[in-house]
Design a protein around this ligand. Structure first.
Ligand SMILES: [Zn+2]
Length: 376
């Protein structure tokens, strides 16, 4: 596999995983956090150690806990880490009541973060990997039909157009929902493909479960904010809560974020896929006594077709031999891929920091208010 992580200009965000982690650790420590870290078995592109880090604030036995996570999709962690660090530098959780705790998780998928890839070391989309691997894995016959068209033989416009012609024909035949389910709902059959969910729990999956047991065992209610990029209006938050109407998760999300923010307005997808194996499923599995309200907070980047191009670019890059010289074509594919997930545009990065810090603040304010009401 080729080196995806060769240097590029990246505006105000950290230029590397190591820089992001060290800024985050400093900011969290200065705010009085207790840090817990698990080391990944592999290393980053410069041989650096990789970690999933957790910063714990407040009473460890708090009944209500806010969890803010980043880097589930490795590369997207450059944004989420910058938001967490900026929030900490601006005060972070502040003084917490005894029944409220805050847990920040940094780099759930540190290998992908350090190597500028969305997936794990096994090309696994971690947010499709939280399944019970003791049962048969879900079939995705639509993806099987698309796969060969998505594996470009070269990175050029003729090949890209050929792939999109196949995607468009498939979508016209099956409709938007079935298209989304096939393309990015998750697939367990093609290890080189896109949105591959794996054949076993990834290191990041097991490490996250370990961290949840260690730090959220006493929680009765948890609000999770998982920071992502790639869906929604450019540089602005797009909130996704998949809980059923009337459930704890949905009602709590409505109270904290408001109906308008959860309306799906501004989506860059005509239909969101019916995702399988989401990271939030670890919470239910590991914390049976805890009710969870989970939010994927996306920051929009590019329109969907450009995001799809980015996925094809990464799949092509990953299939180039490690010995291949770094060609102009590979650099172009790499730049297109990175810009789709972490735009170098300073205005985009500034908007993500501003709105991201506001989201963290809204989460803690909402949770403290809720806990006062529940415990009044
Ligand atoms: Zn993501």
């Amino acid at each position: 596999m080729t080196n995806i992580s060769a240097p590029a200009a990246h505006g105000g965000f950290a230029p590397s995983y190591q820089d992001a982690r060290s800024a985050w650790l400093t900011a969290a420590t200065e705010r009085g956090a207790t840090i817990d870290s698990l080391q990944h078995p592999l290393t980053g592109p410069d041989g650096e150690a990789l970690w999933m880090d957790v910063a714990v604030f407040g009473n460890r036995n708090a009944s209500d806990v806010l969890v803010i996570a980043c880097g589930t999709h490795g590369i997207e962690g450059y944004a989420g880490s910058a938001v967490q660090t900026a929030w900490l530098r601006q005060g972070g959780p502040g003084a917490l009541p005894a029944d409220v705790g805050v847990v920040l998780i940094h780099a759930i998928n540190p290998w992908g973060f350090a190597h500028w890839q969305r997936g794990t070391e096994n090309n696994v989309d971690l947010n499709r990997n939280f399944l019970s691997f003791t049962e048969a894995l879900p079939a995705n016959p639509g993806y099987a039909e698309l796969h060969s068209h998505l594996m470009l033989s070269d990175w050029n416009e003729v090949e890209i157009e050929r792939a999109f012609a196949a995607l468009d024909a498939f979508r016209a035949r099956v409709g938007e929902q079935a298209f989304s389910d096939a393309f990015n709902g998750g697939q367990y059959s093609h290890a080189e493909g896109v949105f591959y969910g794996g054949q076993q729990p990834e290191w990041s999956n097991l490490a996250l479960r370990d961290m949840l047991r260690r730090h959220l065992g006493a929680a009765k209610r948890c609000v999770l904010v998982d920071l992502h990029t790639g869906i929604g209006p450019y540089g602005l938050p797009f909130l996704i809560n998949l809980d059923a109407p009337g459930s704890f998760g949905r009602e709590c999300a409505r109270e904290i974020w408001g109906d308008e923010a959860l309306s799906g307005k501004g989506s860059t997808h005509t239909a969101l896929a019916s995702f399988k194996g989401l990271m939030i499923d670890a919470f239910g599995g590991e914390l049976p006594g805890c009710e969870v309200s989970a939010l994927a907070a996306e920051f929009g980047t590019l329109e969907r077709r450009k995001m799809q191009r980015a996925h094809l670019a990464l799949a092509w890059l990953r299939r180039q031999p490690a010995s291949a010289p770094d060609s102009a074509t590979m650099q172009a594919a790499r730049t297109e891929y990175r810009e789709a997930f972490i735009p170098s545009d300073p205005a985009w990065q500034a908007s993500v920091l501003l709105t991201g810090v506001a989201l963290c603040q809204q989460a803690i304010t909402g949770l403290v208010k809720r806990s006062h009401r529940l415990n009044a």
